[in-house]
Design a protein around this ligand. Structure first.
Ligand SMILES: Cc1cc2nc3c(=O)[nH]c(=O)nc-3n(C[C@H](O)[C@H](O)[C@H](O)COP(=O)(O)O)c2cc1C
Length: 348
């Protein structure tokens, strides 16, 4: 039948090698964002898989403590994936092995990062210019580990060089179990809408490799639309996870035909407070302050007074000021709030 796309509902399990994901909603690696506190918040809403932010192969191999810190995770947060960034096939196997030894369930290869500092040595989206190298790196990772290997790419370097389907075939041949397609080019960075046709094109050429759709999944409705448009095997939520750690729960509920209820200001406040407590438990106060200036701007975007709240939290001078703002900031028409925050019930 013309136009019919076979799909599997997003609340169903997905098999990645020997690993069974509980559902098909996956949280993207987000450099500078998907740290341990972020992932602790995410885990409460049971995504199928959560990736840590990317780490570079070289410092990982050197035993750099900062790199290992980025890979901290809680023993009860599974399934969890790590992402490697690098273009040297000789390092790929040993680096993947370190990830497996750390207890990760999945190891991914970053072929999407658009930052010049990363692409200049051919890593990140620089790899899109050298698809054969992608195959070599993946093959070495697959040979070195028993956990599933995945890869994350963009549609291509620019509009004149779209090659996601070629890379899908190469990744499949090299033994990757899944490929995430971000429907933007490197030239686009994060501008403009993602083109989901590229995800569909990769789904059409994939034989055994699973295709994860990525780009502009900001709510449950968008996830369903991406699924219908592309036939992808899973959706990868990225910026849509920032300030709404529950997006996986929403998508799974919608997939099961349940109503998705918008969160109240008080639920946002409670979640932000919880994120805050995880952050101060994770890093020294000055670092936590810097993190919270960013994180505080993700939550609570759509009430009156939110602009003022974001302005204040992004300029807070110390961590006590952040706590005070979260607990006591009065959004318009939303005064008696302090007592409703149940700080004692939160386990750190
Ligand atoms: C702040 C930020 C950090 C990111 N870090 C990574 C990363 O470490 N690895 C990666 O593969 N992609 C990274 N990305 C890309 C996202 O995972 C995702 O592909 C992109 O945001 C498109 O999805 P979206 O439109 O749903 O946000 C990052 C994106 C942002 C905005």
């Amino acid at each position: 039948m013309a136009g019919f796309i076979k799909t599997t509902p997003l609340h169903e399990t997905l098999q990645l090698g020997r690993l069974t994901l509980p559902n098909r909603v996956i949280y993207s690696p987000l450099a500078g964002c998907s740290d341990l506190p972020f992932r602790r918040m995410a885990a409460k809403y049971r995504p199928g898989l959560v990736y840590c932010e990317m780490v570079k192969m070289e410092p990982l191999m050197r035993g750099d403590p900062g790199t290992f810190h980025l890979l901290d995770y809680q023993a009860d947060t599974h399934p969890i994936g790590a992402q490697l960034c690098g273009s040297n096939p000789a390092l790929a196997g040993p680096a993947a092995r370190i990830i497996e030894d750390l207890g990760f369930d999945v190891v991914d290869l970053n072929c999407g990062c658009p930052v010049d500092k990363v692409t200049k040595d051919g890593s990140g989206s620089g790899m899109l210019k050298n698809p054969e190298r992608i195959g070599e790196v993946i093959s070495n990772m697959v040979a070195a580990v028993t956990i599933p290997v995945t890869v994350k790419i963009r549609a291509g370097w620019d509009e004149g060089n779209i090659n996601a389907t070629t890379i899908t075939r190469i990744a499949e041949e090299a033994g990757a179990v899944a490929i995430a397609i971000h429907g933007r080019t490197r030239a686009q960075a994060y501008r403009g809408p993602a083109n989901w046709d590229h995800i569909k094109a990769c789904r059409d050429v994939a034989k055994t490799i699973h295709v994860f759709g990525n780009g502009d999944v900001f709510d449950a409705d968008a996830a369903q639309r991406m699924l219908s448009h592309t036939g992808c095997d899973a959706v990868l939520a990225s910026r849509g996870t920032m300030g709404q750690p529950w997006i996986a729960e929403d998508i799974v509920k919608a997939s099961q035909g349940e109503m998705v209820r918008p969160r109240t200001i008080e639920e946002y406040r409670q979640a932000l407070l919880e994120h805050f407590l995880y952050q101060v438990a994770y890093e020294p106060p000055q670092r936590a302050l810097i993190s919270m200036r960013r994180v505080g701007c993700w939550y609570i975007k759509s009430a009156k007074g939110t602009r003022d709240f974001r302005h204040k939290i992004s300029r807070a001078h110390n961590i006590d000021e952040v706590r005070e703002l979260i607990l006591n900031f009065s959004f318009d028409g939303d005064d008696a709030v302090v007592d409703e925050v149940d700080e004692a019930s939160l386990t750190i």
